[in-house]
Write a protein that binds this ligand. Structure first.
Ligand code: NAP
Length: 351
């Protein structure tokens, strides 16, 4: 059966809307019901996952976003930094995978790659179904260490043969030492060697991105940056350049306006939208959900974290909420731009 047809009878027979079906295919908690349906219809469950990706082109929401090298990145990633920085992340990683997350965001600087690897191993989900990121540490022992030697150390700790995405975590130290372009060439070799399926950057502004683009034969696939309404004004030129060059923006710190900088001017705006969505859906929609929905509608890959399984599951449901209106999006950005509140990596942005 052609892959793009196989979803039709399933959807037809099940009566589940396409968007919902795609969501179900992302969550192991719903696998049982999918398996039940597929056994009735004699469709292998694996076909649903493949079809899931290819059949999303007609829908506004896509559970995976296609990177400029053709690889797919799941729309939401579970972070092992911030709250889990320098801590054993095994249990939270297991919880996240059990909740349905398939994209895990690590970094050398978080000091817990071994426990990220242990969580992956413990849950035992097939490697091909996971998307694992790590990031090059900020300061290298120049002359001794390279992006490649550091990745080999990471792979050893993670217990993996490759990562799906390897990022230059910060341009600051490399730029200061005139090494940024050399590091990028090293990243390109890593991709060619297959040690990372995709390569990209993090915390890059317009200038450092342009510096890399001058020598790049492989354009960075993503730029992971702090992204929420209180940095929107500062992030917009980077966001626009990324869009122009086909670089996917990944957000981190997306919940800063409710988690780290609450009670700001955005609160009443988010509350009003949350109320509308709660009324429409009959579910308790929170300010955090509205912020996540805003990020999805901006087309960014959301990197977030939580120690609470119920919150991880709620986040995975956010795509199913009704869309924010154009006016709501404009209001979030206008009111967010009234303040500037960057929490992380200020030195990369000379703040
Ligand atoms: N590239 C970089 O330089 C960089 C910098 C910073 C972060 N990151 C990555 O991004 C990840 C996430 O960063 P972040 O922690 O700043 O993300 P965030 O999404 O802004 O905040 C996450 C925090 O919000 C709370 N939270 C989660 N869901 C919530 C909800 N529905 N309602 C209210 N609060 C909620 C969580 O606390 P509870 O545990 O209480 O739920 C969690 O600690 C990091 O772990 C790391 O992987 C990358």
């Amino acid at each position: 059966m052609p892959q793009n047809l196989s979803i039709f009878p399933l959807n037809f027979a099940s009566g589940i809307p396409y968007g919902r079906l795609n969501y179900l295919a992302q969550t192991p908690t719903s696998l049982a019901s999918l398996q039940h349906l597929t056994s009735r219809l004699s469709i292998p469950i694996k076909a649903i996952f493949r079809t899931n990706i290819s059949s999303t082109t007609a829908m506004s929401f896509r559970p995976t976003i296609t990177l400029n090298d053709g690889n797919q990145i799941p729309w939401v990633g579970f972070g092992t930094g911030t709250a889990h920085y320098s801590r054993d992340a095994k249990d939270v990683v297991v919880t996240a995978i059990r909740a349905g997350v398939r994209h895990l965001d690590g970094a050398q600087i978080y000091g817990n790659e071994s426990s990220l690897g242990a969580g992956i191993k413990e849950f035992g989900v097939p490697r091909s179904e996971l998307f694992v990121t790590t990031k090059l540490t900020e300061k290298l022992d120049l002359g001794k260490e390279t992006p490649r030697t550091k990745l080999l150390e990471s792979l050893e700790k993670l217990g993996l043969d490759y990562v799906d995405l390897y990022l230059i975590h910060s341009p600051a130290y490399a730029q200061e030492h005139g090494k940024l372009q050399e590091w990028w060439k090293g990243m390109e070799e890593i991709k060619q060697e297959g040690l990372a399926k995709s390569i990209g950057v993090s915390n890059h502004g317009v200038n450092t991105l342009k510096e890399i683009l001058q020598v790049a034969t492989i354009t960075p696939s993503t730029n992971q940056i702090e992204f929420h309404p209180y940095v929107w004004k500062a992030a917009k030129p980077i966001y626009d350049l990324c869009k122009e060059k086909g670089i996917v923006v990944q957000s981190y710190g997306g919940l800063v306006p409710v988690y780290r900088a609450p009670d700001g001017p955005l609160d009443p705006v988010l509350r009003g939208i949350a109320q509308r969505l709660s009324n429409e859906t009959g579910k308790a929609v929170t300010l955090a959900h509205v912020l996540t929905k805003w990020q999805i509608q901006k087309g960014v890959v959301v990197v977030t974290t939580s120690s609470k399984e119920h919150r991880i599951k709620e986040t995975l449901e956010v795509p199913n909420l009704p869309d924010l209106t154009e006016d709501e999006i404009t209001e979030i950005e206008d009111v967010g731009s009234e303040v500037h509140q960057r929490i992380y990596m200020k030195h990369c942005f000379k703040e």
